[in-house]
Structures are given as C-alpha cells and as structure tokens.
Design a protein around this ligand. Structure first.
Ligand code: ATP
Ligand code: MG
Length: 557
C-alpha cells in the first residue's frame, strides 16, 4: 500500500511526464507542419521555375556530359523545329553539320575543363535543314554534391538580328563610298580646273613658238613633242572633269542596242584576234537619255579594261536589255530608286579582281596596271558619266573567272511598244509549300534567297555547296533545284547532272552574277536552260521559279 504522500508524489511525476509528452507532441507536430509548408513552397517555386523555363522564347537545352540531350523547352521547339519527344535521348550533333560538330565537341571539352559560362555565336540547323544563326551560352550543370552531370545551354535565334546588322553595314559602306567619291570628285575637279588654265598657257605659247620657229626643223620637231604631250594632258583633265561632272554634255534619246552596235563595230576592228567579241542586243528598242559620245566612252572604257584583263584571250560580251529594281539593292553605286531601268552589260572571262581591288576601282587614279600603262581614270570617268545620267553601276567579279559590269540607266518610256520589254508587275503565284533546294556558297545571299522563297510560300532547303546539296537532295523530297553556277566545290551544271541521274525531271533554275550570254558563249552553261541573273528582285525570282515548276506554269499561263 502506498501512503498518501507517496501517491501525491506519483501523481506529480505523472503530471510532469504528461506535460512533457504533450509539449513534445506539439513541438513535433509544429515542426512537421512547418517542414511540409517549406516543402510545398519549394515545390511551388520549382514548378514556377519550370514553367518560366518552358515558356521562354529562348531555347533552354540540357544534355548529359556526352552531349546526349536531356531537356528541351518550348523555345527550343520553336527555334529548331524538333519536339522534345523527338530529340530527348538523341545527341546534340543532330543540330549541326560536320564543322559545327567539331566546334560542339571542343566547347564541351573547354567547359568541362573549367571554363565558365562560355558565350558564342554560331550556325546550327533546323529539323528541315534550314540554317539558323544562334547565340549560345553554355554552362556546366552539377549535382548537389558538386559533381558535373551535364551541360545547360541557353540559345537565342539571332538570324534576323544578323541580317539587319549585315544590311546596316552594307548601307554604311555604301554611304561611306559615296562620300569618298564625292570628296575625290571635288579634289579632282579643282586640280583639273587649275590644270586646264596652265595647259591653255602651255599650248598657246607652244603654238606661238612654233610659228616663230618656222624654217628651223629641229626646233619645230621639239615643239611638236611638247604639243603632243600637252594634248595628252588635256585629254586627261577632260576625263577628270567628266568624273567631276564639270564637262558640258548634250544628252539625247539614244537606243542602247544601236549605240552598242556602233561600239561593237569599232571594237571588232581593233580589239584583237585573241578576243571573242559577242554582242547581244535587246529584242525591243531600249531608249535612254544620254550624251551619245559619253555612252560610247563608257562602253569603250569597259571593253578596253576587259581586253586588258584577258591577255591570253577570252570572251567579251556586250548586252543591252532592261531590268526591274526594287530600290533595296545594296551592291550598286550610287543607290537607285525602285523602277524599270535600261541595262548595259559588259562581261569578260578575264582575270577578275579581288574584293579589295573592286572596292577602289571607281576612284580616280586607282590602277593596278604597271606604271605608264594605266592612268586609273577609265572607270572614274564611267562612274561620272553614269551618275550624271541618273544611273548606277554594279560590279560582279571573281578572281580567275571574270568580271561583269552592269550599267543601269533611267528608261525613257516611249509610248507604245517599248513597254513590252518592261518587266512584269503582276503578283507571282504562291509556292504552296513546294520544296526548293537552294545551293549558294555566299551565306548572306543564301539567306536573302531563303527569305524571298519562304515569304513566297515555298519550303526551302539550303546548301553551301554541291556535296551538301546532294545529301539534302537524297534525304528530302524536292520540287526544284535553284543553284549558283560557279561554285568552288562543284559547278551548278555538274550538280544538276548528278541530281538528274536519279530524278531526270527535276526542274533546275540557275542563278549567276554572270550574264546568261557570257555563260552560254563560254559553254559553262548551254542548251535550253532556265536562268536568273544576280542581282535579282524578289519579284523576278518568284516569277522565274514559278515558270520552272510544271503545274504552276499551267496555272500561270
Ligand atoms: N574587266 C576587268 N577585269 C579585271 N580588273 C578590272 C577590270 N576593269 C577594271 N579593272 C581593275 O580596275 C582598275 C581601274 O580601272 P580603270 O579603267 O579605272 O583604270 P585603268 O584601266 O587601270 O587605267 P586607264 O583606264 O585609265 O587606262 C584596273 O587597273 C584593274 O585593276
Ligand atoms: Mg581602264
């Protein structure tokens, strides 16, 4: 039996124990609840983060350390055209070509070796093979013990940005060039003016002296030499003044083909046996308003340069026709507003020139010819005449292949049949999702062509050379091939042959900076081929491509 005090003591202990149990239970429940709440908050945060990553316009891509893709957000789907289901588990190599794969491997190695958040810009490819210019920021992903487990990449599509920057650069370059020509013009004009005065003095006093010297044969002969030299100097200053537009000119309405025929006849006698001279007149009259003597000077200067570029012989083609410009052409000097123009082409198969040389050819006194053989005034004179007449010049040249000069002059639209030669203005038929395989080694131009065709409703595959084109051709179904003619790896002609070996009916449209006349006469291209000349407008290209596609032509006609 326990005594009362003992019972009280036991009760007291029990109470303490109970209190302890209750307090502990409350604390535990509170702690568990709090932990649950924190867990919920962390989960919610993680979910938000996931949603943010999923819905950003940039691609967020994860891969393991070998480059096998593990994460692919919606931005990535939009930029690259692959869905997450299609790519997760495959190697990131599917986004690149061979050069890109090497760069990818190198980048992964550098980041694994400790380089932090490496940003770089590169070209990748969409599911359909079209290129995309992308800016990458790649980092190493670690687990919670700090061990590397893979890579994360944030990728932004900068194709449009790059295009805009390239265009901006071209516009600036052209403005800069125009300013340079203007200041050179002022300088040359000033020099020519002062020179003319000095020459007038020399010529006149030489004539006076010659009169005085009558009967003294030796002195007369000496003075004749002085006079000849002075005449040469007068010719030079005249050319300089033409460049600076200080010359008096008498413009008239002239038919370009007729003017070309006159120069052709003149050159036929003088240019030399080693040059195959070809003239391609326009079918209908092409009327321009220029000084006929100056027009002749333009063609002669271009033809003589062409001859000089072909010391071992070659082909020189003179062509007259019309062209439609959209006003956005950047490779013309000076810039021209949109419209229909008369066009004069002078093409040669000579040594061509590098981009560095081409950038200076219109400057007075710029010459690559040996001392005494060129004054460097030929093309600056051409430039002066053409600019004065409201026209513009485009040069296309490839070293070792040849050069084409295109002179654009405002068309005088005679009432009546002249209009028949003007380019069409009707809307070209839509592409209806047909696939065009575009082969062009100049990336900026490839992008322009892709843009035009995509906007026109076509699906576009692009290749930078013949071999890549053949791979794409065998992987995808194509409705037509649009290829550059002269490319380093394989000519457009050869590519078409290879493609036709497996699909003889595939329509082919060639594009080139050379005129069809030149390529035809030099047998780079021959027979009945579809051809479009660079530079072309969106309108030209869409019409031409529609013409080669069989059922579109029917709808077209
Ligand atoms: N058809 C061409 N093929 C290759 N290079 C050319 C061609 N036309 C011009 N050039 C280059 O442009 C330069 C400038 O030509 P330009 O006609 O102004 O002067 P030039 O021919 O050297 O001298 P000039 O005409 O005064 O006797 C040439 O020296 C040459 O380097
Ligand atoms: Mg010259």
């Amino acid at each position: 039996m326990t005594t009362v005090p003992e019972q009280l003591f036991l009760l007291g202990n029990l109470a303490i124990l109970l209190t302890y149990v209750v307090v502990t239970a409350v604390v535990v429940v509170w702690a568990v609840r709090r932990r649950g709440r924190l867990q919920d908050e962390a989960d919610a945060h993680r979910a938000t983060l996931q949603a943010v990553a999923e819905h950003t316009d940039d691609a967020i891509i994860g891969s393991d350390l070998d480059g096998v893709l593990t994460a692919w957000n919606r931005g990535a789907e939009q930029i690259f055209g692959w869905t997450a289901d299609e790519v997760v588990g495959r190697h990131a190599r599917i986004l690149t070509d061979e050069a890109g794969a090497a760069e990818q491997r190198d980048m992964m190695r550098r980041i694994r070796e400790g380089e932090k958040g490496v940003p770089y810009e590169t070209r990748r490819f969409r599911k359909d093979g079209t290129p995309v210019e992308a800016s990458f920021s790649v980092a190493l992903v670690r687990d919670r013990f700090g061990q590397p487990i893979g890579f994360s990449a944030v990728v932004r599509d900068i194709t449009a940005l790059k295009e805009a920057a390239e265009r901006q650069r071209a516009v600036e370059e052209r403005t800069h060039q125009a300013q340079r020509m203007e200041s050179l013009g002022k300088l040359a004009g000033g020099v020519a003016h002062d020179f003319n005065n000095i020459l007038a003095i020399i010529v006149n006093y030489t004539d006076f002296a010659a009169e005085e010297a009558a009967g003294n044969d030796a002195l007369t002969a000496d003075l004749r030499h002085v006079r000849t030299a002075a005449d040469r100097a007068i010719n030079l200053t005249r050319q300089l003044l033409t460049f600076t537009r200080g010359d008096t000119i008498q413009p008239r309405d002239v038919d370009l083909s007729a003017a070309l025929a006159e120069v052709h006849a003149m050159l036929g006698r003088t240019i030399g046996e080693h040059i195959n001279l070809i003239m391609v007149p326009s079918a209908a009259p092409v009327t321009v308003h220029v000084d006929p003597g100056q027009l002749q000077q333009v063609v002669l200067n271009l033809a003589i340069n062409a001859r000089d570029a072909m010391p071992d012989g070659g082909t020189l083609v003179l062509e007259a026709n019309t062209a439609d410009l959209d006003g956005g052409e950047l490779d013309m000097q000076p810039a021209l507003p949109a419209g229909a123009y008369a066009r004069l082409l002078v093409s040669d198969t000579g040594e061509g020139m590098t981009a560095d040389v081409a950038a200076h050819i219109f400057e007075p006194f710029y010459t690559t010819k040996p001392r005494g053989q060129g004054t460097g005034l030929g093309l600056s004179t051409v430039y002066g005449i053409v600019a004065e007449a409201g026209g513009s010049i485009n040069v296309y040249s490839e070293p070792g292949v040849g050069t084409t000069f295109r002179i654009y002059l405002p068309l005088v639209t005679a009432s009546g049949d002249g209009a028949a030669t003007l380019p069409r203005h009707d809307a070209p038929p839509a592409g209806d999702g047909r696939t065009i395989l575009v082969v062009e080694d100049e990336p900026a131009l490839a992008r322009v062509v892709t843009r035009i065709l995509t906007d026109g409703g076509y699906h576009v595959l692009t290749a930078t050379g013949g071999r890549q084109a053949l791979t794409l051709f065998h992987q995808h179904r194509c409705d037509a091939l649009l290829t550059d003619v002269i490319m380093p790896e394989m000519s457009g002609r050869r590519l078409a042959e290879l493609v036709h070996a497996s699909e003889p009916a595939l329509p082919v449209l060639y594009m080139s900076g050379y005129s069809n006349g030149l390529l035809g006469t030099t047998h780079v291209l021959d027979g009945d081929i579809a051809f479009i000349e660079k530079p072309f407008t969106a309108h030209d290209l869409l019409h031409k491509i529609a013409e080669v596609l069989p059922d579109l032509t029917r709808r077209y006609g």
